[in-house]
Design a protein around this ligand. Structure first.
Ligand code: FES
Ligand code: FES
Length: 158
């Protein structure tokens, strides 16, 4: 079957790629665009390790087709830092040691940023509910939740 030509925007830059009709957005960003920060934990929408933003919406890239990126704006974990300057969430995850193996971390960071972009002062319960779609098999979640709450406080200047 012929490959599909897709024009899209990835982390603010225009990008073009060819993909098979059945290739997922996760496969495309990793295998065609060589942005390997997004991880495949399950491939079935259950773990959140593949979380990316599509037109401002948090999605599991393993559940979206690469062809669906046509004309859309995609943000991956690679777009979170500004050059050498890490996003405050990334800094706080490091400060709190909120990661161990790191497989889940890109997804948590993308999801947490999506939360803080729309709610600058979430409660702990709101953070836990928002991140319920992201699974971690190492940290026990408390350090992750604390890192998100402390980032929110820091970004509010409190
Ligand atoms: S790899 Fe997409 S949700 Fe697990
Ligand atoms: S740090 Fe290993 S799965 Fe989360």
């Amino acid at each position: 079957m012929s490959r599909i030509h897709v024009s899209t925007t990835i982390n603010g830059d225009t990008a073009e790629f060819l993909c098979e009709p059945e290739q997922t957005l996760l496969d495309v960003v990793r295998d065609e665009l060589h942005l390997t920060g997004s991880k495949e934990g399950c491939g079935t929408g259950d773990c959140g390790a593949c979380s990316v933003m599509v037109d401002g919406r948090l999605v599991c890239a393993c559940l979206v087709l690469g062809a669906e990126a046509e004309g859309r704006s995609i943000e991956t974990i690679e777009g979170m830092a500004q050059g050498d300057k890490l996003h405050p969430l990334q800094e706080m995850f490091l400060d709190h040691a909120a990661l161990q193996c790191g497989i889940c971390t890109p997804g948590f960071l993308v999801a947490a940023k999506a939360l803080l972009d729309r709610n600058t002062d979430p409660t702990e319960t709101e953070v836990r509910y928002w991140l319920a779609g992201n699974l971690c098999r190492c940290t026990g979640y408390d350090k992750i939740v604390r890192a998100v709450l402390d980032t929110a406080a820091e970004m509010r200047g409190s």
